[in-house]
Design a protein around this ligand. Structure first.
Ligand SMILES: Cc1ncc(COP(=O)(O)O)c(C=O)c1O
Length: 382
């Protein structure tokens, strides 16, 4: 199979990730920090080290490892953050680019009296920070934005949006699900009060990993309560981070894999490989008259100057994307993602809501030859 759906989850994972998880399961998988015996302390220390690494990797404003909260995925982290800072009567500003992991919590919270407005995007798939500003109200509590669209790969001006929020005293929550491990994500420089990441995409970790980094002065109210392994006598849930937002046993085996994924990433040339593959892909697509890359001019092949990651969406004139996806799968064993990719409103904005797009997202284990095979397959589609 030629796997070109890395925006959904990266695959394959580096072998070292599988090895680290196997090794952890075989030798270390006791409950971390819950007990005083050596192995439990070792497992706890491993988790703490990873918190430390991630605080540095994302440049948390004070690098405080206790402000790195582990969750099962980005969706859970977004829910914890959004629900944990907003109260009835509050207003949230976000954008049409968002994934359903933001949109659905916002729609759900309307029922609790928390309203929202969504900034539009332009025809290339960018949100103007001024349109975010124009939606702010006295009761706006939170701005939540994706760093890059999971449909178009367009990298947003989140630094400007963060600065705007800081100047107005409004919380800024940044969703880095599509950028963590792909391009630099600098929480301090971007003015993010809260940063959500997922472990199973660009960071090369396994599914079931993700998290939330919280700046020092932000208090998120817990929406889950339970065991933390420490100070069991206390009746209520612990207030200090990270326990405040973590309840129950962590996915330690997954986190061992995420740690190994980060190791691999920091010594690999993943970014360079993906950029080369995408440039090759875009050049090839430009030569197929019936194909349009959504949000780009025909023949535009420089993703860096177009401010995009390597995720891109295409259309074949006069054809339903699902048909193309089926053809690529059945006839060529090529895996892409068709449809709305869990982000319906960006498709409405780009005029692709009827059937969606064919999303192609290469990863570091793809080859130029595989991209050539994809191009050959697309040319042969009738
Ligand atoms: C922009 C964006 N945010 C959030 C998510 C949700 O990530 P997870 O699957 O880790 O919950 C995704 C997943 O595709 C995404 O692309």
């Amino acid at each position: 199979m030629i796997y070109l759906d890395n925006a959904a989850t990266s695959f394959p994972k580096p072998l070292s990730v599988a090895e680290a998880m196997g090794d952890f399961l075989a030798n270390e998988a006791v409950n971390p920090g819950r007990s005083g015996f050596d192995l439990s302390l070792k497992a706890g220390a491993r988790i703490d080290t990873l918190r430390h690494r991630l605080a540095q990797y994302f440049n948390h404003p004070t690098h405080d490892p206790n402000r790195v909260i582990f969750t099962n995925n980005a969706t859970e982290a977004l829910n914890i953050a959004i629900q944990g800072v907003c109260n009835p009567g509050d207003h949230i500003v976000s954008s049409v680019l968002e994934h359903n992991s933001v949109l659905r919590p916002l729609f759900e919270l309307q029922k609790a009296g928390i309203s929202h407005d969504l900034a539009p995007c332009d025809e290339r798939g960018f949100v103007d920070p001024e349109s975010i500003e124009s939606l702010l109200k006295p009761e706006t509590r939170l701005v939540v934005m994706t760093h890059a669209s999971n449909v178009l790969g367009t990298v947003q001006q989140v630094g400007k949006i963060g600065a705007l929020c800081q100047s107005k005293g409004i919380l800024f929550l940044l969703d880095s699900a599509q950028t963590a491990g792909v391009i630099p994500v600098d929480m301090a420089a971007m003015g993010a009060d809260m940063l959500v990441f997922t472990g199973h995409k660009g960071l090369m970790g396994p599914t079931g990993t993700g998290g939330l980094l919280v700046a020092d002065n932000i208090d998120i109210k817990p929406t889950r309560w339970g065991g933390t392994g420490v100070r069991s006598v206390v009746r209520g849930h612990l207030e200090e981070y990270p326990y405040r937002l973590e309840a129950g046993t962590l996915n330690t085996v997954g986190l061992a894999g995420l740690d190994a994924g980060l190791d691999w990433l920091l010594t690999s040339e993943a970014g360079e490989i993906e950029t080369e593959l995408s440039a090759h892909l875009l050049k090839g697509l430009a030569e197929i008259p019936s194909i349009q890359v959504v949000g780009l001019e025909k023949g535009e092949t420089d993703l860096v100057s177009a401010h995009r990651t390597t995720v891109l969406s295409i259309l074949i004139e006069g054809t339903n994307p699902a048909k193309v996806g089926m053809f690529l799968d059945v006839e060529w064993d090529i895996a892409v993602r068709t449809g709305l990719q869990c982000a319906p409103l960006v498709h409405e904005a780009m005029g692709t809501a009827d059937g969606g797009t064919i999303r192609i997202s290469p990863g570091p284990f793809n080859t130029l030859r595989e991209i050539d095979t994809l191009l050959e397959a697309l040319v042969s589609f009738k």
